[in-house]
Ligand binder design. Sequence first.
Ligand SMILES: Nc1ncnc2c1ncn2[C@@H]1O[C@H](COP(=O)(O)OP(=O)(O)O)[C@@H](O)[C@H]1O
Ligand SMILES: [Mg+2]
Length: 509
Amino acid sequence: MVAHIKTVTFLGTEAIAVDVQVQISAGMPAFTIVGLPDKAVAESRERVRAALGAVGLALPPKRITVNLAPGDLPKEGSHFDLPIALGLMAAADIIPIDYISRFIAIGELSLDGSIARVGGSLPTAIFANSHNLSLICPEKCGSEAAWAGDDFEILAPSNLISLINHIKGDQVLVRPVAQAHKPDMKTPDLQDIRGQENAKRALEITAAGGHNMLMVGPPGSGKSMLAARLSGILPVLQTSEMLETSIIASVAGILRDGQLSDARPFRAPHHSASMAALIGGGIKPRPGEISLAHRGVLFLDELPEFGPRVLDSLRQPLETGEVLVSRANYHVNYPAKFQLIAAMNPCKCGMAGQVGHVCKRGAKCADDYQARLSGPLLDRIDIHIHVPAVSPQDLSLPVSKETSKHVAKRVALARQIQTSRFSDFGLDILTNSEIPPQHIDKIVALDAKTKNLLFRASEKLNLSARAYHRVMRLSRTIADIDCEENVNTGHIAEALNYRNLSERKARVA
Ligand SMILES: Nc1ncnc2c1ncn2[C@@H]1O[C@H](COP(=O)(O)OP(=O)(O)O)[C@@H](O)[C@H]1O
Ligand SMILES: [Mg+2]
């Protein structure tokens, strides 16, 4: 007799069904797992044996074969423990075979029989719900799984005993409820920043249209402070966005306490980050920082200090909003629609361009440092701003009346204008930065005078086709912040002004 129970394996963020087949047959005592298991799955044998032992169920001294089908799909992770244990119990007639065949199960077993949390419960629950199956997941992942829907069965036991008791009808497991994470830490306020009005305006535009931004300025001018305040002015995630970001976080195993949060992701990896950490992949495929920042912000502080190959690997995802990681034995797709916010000093010593400062290494100091960034990467950054040093006089200015809340209100309004426009055009996008090239002329309609200004400026600045389109998208956002129906010369001029620095740097590179 073969017992079947379903589980999943992950390809990117997608859950793929795996059929766990368990057979107990006569023969020399053995316990074999086949079906391309990785090391964590192979070790499952020991955990399952010990966990069953802990609840008083010794494995029969027979030949036990576990097959994970389809056999050509690599299986990795420790979440196969629970389905294997359930399959074994069914094959040994401890629980009914028919009962478990309608379930998808995931969970890692501890040696004492408790069921530990695993990554990927949310996409597994969504998969189970869409295939009319029920779910068994660890108790700690229950609230995460409950987000997949109200109308399908979820069992979230904390240990094997309570699961067996539920199956036998001796105890009832209560269905978990979906829980949202309440942010406990107050995000810092824009009010804390004295002066830097230009930078604050640029930050607002960035937030409103989802544009990429690079801040260049001497150390201590407030670049990191500004970036840290972006979260406070960005609108919260819509429900569909929240599910997208949570699925990625769930697969990466970083969803806090199984609670979903509507705060936009803000990822700030250190400049020593490897390519695999930033882009995703590695020996075991995992979403990288750019995917964890999906629908949110990727902040790269001290941009030129990142490895040049690491930085250039951002070019493709910045354009397409997803990343395809290919390795010898797998290729997976992760969503990566992130907003890049970067900060850097103008040169190695950090002071180039400051009045009265001459770098020891002369002009080479700034040129060499800025040349670490490739032109194509800079071409993808819509807003380049200079963040000058703040004077002691500026620092003693009275606190600005405008708080993050005020700015967030304007940003939210600009986003509303964008989404209603996109739905008029039948487009499934949320911000101006995502307008597809074929729709730009329709969405950012320019009158003759404005067009003329853009033409002349693009020739003078030698703008690439990409830069040209990016200026148009940015000008649309600036007009939306000002609640203007049409993009005028002022909006185009401001957008071009943010690009200026980039074209100069691209030439240096
Ligand atoms: N505009 C500003 N207003 C108030 N404090 C500032 C400002 N700029 C810098 N500071 C002070 O300097 C510190 C360093 O700022 P930071 O943002 O880390 O600089 P940067 O990233 O540009 O090197 C801050 O913690 C703050 O105390
Ligand atoms: Mg800094």
